[in-house]
Design a protein around this ligand. Sequence first.
Ligand code: UDP
Length: 327
Amino acid sequence: MKILLTGGAGYIGSHVLKRLLEAGHDTVTIDNLKKGHEKAVLGGEFIEGDIGNKELLKSIFAEHEIEGVIHLAADSLVGESMEDPGKYYHNNVAKALNLLELMVENNVKYFVFSSTAAVYGEPESIPIPENHPTQPENVYGESKLFFEKILKRYDQIHGLKFISLRYFNAAGADPEGQIGEAHDPETHLIPIVLQTALGIRDKIYIFGDDYPTKDGSCIRDYIHVNDLADAHLLALEALAAGKDSDIYNLGCGNGYSVKEVIAAVKKVTQKDFEVEVSERRAGDPAVLIASSEKIKSDLNWKPAYQDLEKIISTAWEWHKSGGFSDE
Ligand code: UDP
């Protein structure tokens, strides 16, 4: 298939692109490179640009026989979304509408959407199934939920078929070593702990150890980025084979606390470093663990990485190599 991939120079997008290329799909990647890295685009056609530029999108749809869209270009920082909500509603909702409008105009039917566990808010039950109530506690999660609602209407009214993938905590790096997580500034736990192991940071702060969990620190469900990438491919291929629109969680179903992540990093890296407990971070639910049974049974998704240390090892190889630091 010929796929338009938005955000394909980013952390998750670059791993999705690699999988698409390996599966023999033809790709056009668009990324504004505000967060992404051109080096992370391992093949296919690359266009530097923003999905807010409707004329540019129009020309892409005119020039290429796009058959499906995988949409990852978005802002994704919870804290920032609570300081600058307009940025999130604008970039994650309004700009993304351009894609849907052009898909309808060009009769493109298949859309895979990167959504988030943040749509659920504070969970009422663990593990979280897809039919759990959605009460996002932050603007980021809400912007993704709004767009899921828009997708449902585009399906109902225009017959656009979509699969929304609600990611839990993406982690790790492709073991072949060309791509990995490289955010600036970095806010995610595993890369921050690895940077501390490398001496790039003095110490790691645990954001609160008075949560109602076994060791007081927050529990998250870490999923390897290649398992996440596989799910995009399965979703797209299922839609093309006639599957109806749907929503799936993506986690690996195991919860690890912040303290367990730090201990696992110390074990994998064989480095010791300072750890300090600090204040809670606003908007953090105590526990987020996915039930991903639905995508396993519907799409035969089989995560290859179930073990936190293995996930961390792949990220450690990437961080040790310096990532994209020679850019
Ligand atoms: N966290 C932490 N110290 C850090 C970064 C993150 O204690 O320097 C915690 C954070 O409060 C959350 C967990 O680690 O409980 C995972 O955070 P991350 O930002 O990686 O992912 P999120 O769950 O927010 O998507």
